[in-house]
Design a protein around this ligand. Sequence first.
Ligand code: PMP
Length: 357
Amino acid sequence: MTTLDDLPIREDLRGRTPYGAPQLDVPVRLNTNENSYPVPEPVVEAIGKALAAELRDLNRYPDRDAVALRADLAAYLGHGLTADHVWAANGSNEIQQQLLQAFGGPGRTALGFTPAYSMHPLLALGTGTRWVPARRGADFGLTADEAVAQVREHRPDVVFLCSPNNPTGTALDPAVVAAVLDEAPGMVVVDEAYAEFARPGTVSALAVLPGHPRLVVTRTMSKAFGFAGGRLGYLAADPAVVDAVQLVRLPYHLSALTQAAARAALAHRDALLGTVAAIMEQRDRIVAELRARGHRVADSDANFVLFAVDGDQAVAWRTLLDAGVLVRDVGLPGWLRVTAGTPTETDAFLTAMENVS
Ligand code: PMP
């Protein structure tokens, strides 16, 4: 049997494993920060109609520039943004890959503050960009001084900031974004996949886009919108950044069906985003309850919570799985991450946690 090692694969990919959160069929799946609420019936109908209207024209390529969808996304973001400032792709993963294709690549460097979203280094690997794992401070925090010192040392072509950060959940102080923007010689990408769940008082980097052409904010419909299966991520930046990613995007990368479904979902955003407050309530409940039981818990502005357990987190992960609750072992010794979903899912998780200290 032929194995991967027998193939003339790139040397830097040899021995690597693909990104893969387990997709296990268990009753309570709280491991990939999806929105637990199904798409509401009126939105299902609207998306169905929008898709049906496209079907006869599937002999034609879709709008390569997805202009109508980008205008809808810009209107959703506000901040005076227009279609020219927005670019869309199949998930924010693809957006970030396109950014690295345009601004990273062989001979170039990308830097992120670990632990952060595990796809950032994998996207760097895939695009031949050298990855620098910069460090976070005490309790996974990141101050402007800590961030600036490491950016100054490595002078990366691309800096990834993640706010709210995955897997810790905490949003960045806007002073960190401002300081990194001042210091970084290249692009600064702020991954705001979970922005809609942030606690009051947090500030999106969208507010500082004017006058900062090297700043890119990435967002997704996978989380707050409950549209993970639809695969729609996007960025907001100076229009010149949109010109840059168009140099590397595949032609017709967003299918007519994706564009139509995403536009229908955006038209019903009040119904879809109606779950956000309920999810935040469960998130805050998990934080409070675990703290009351003596666990260390990171502050969360996202739809998930990072919490500490005694001893080996892999053992605790297995205990929870045996109780039918799948959470995420992100490889941080002594820590696990759980998605905030429905009240029933929180009940099941907290009950299962009675056997974990
Ligand atoms: N950024 C962060 C921080 C994430 O956690 C995720 C999803 N896990 C993504 C980006 C990618 O999401 P998508 O490709 O579905 O937009």
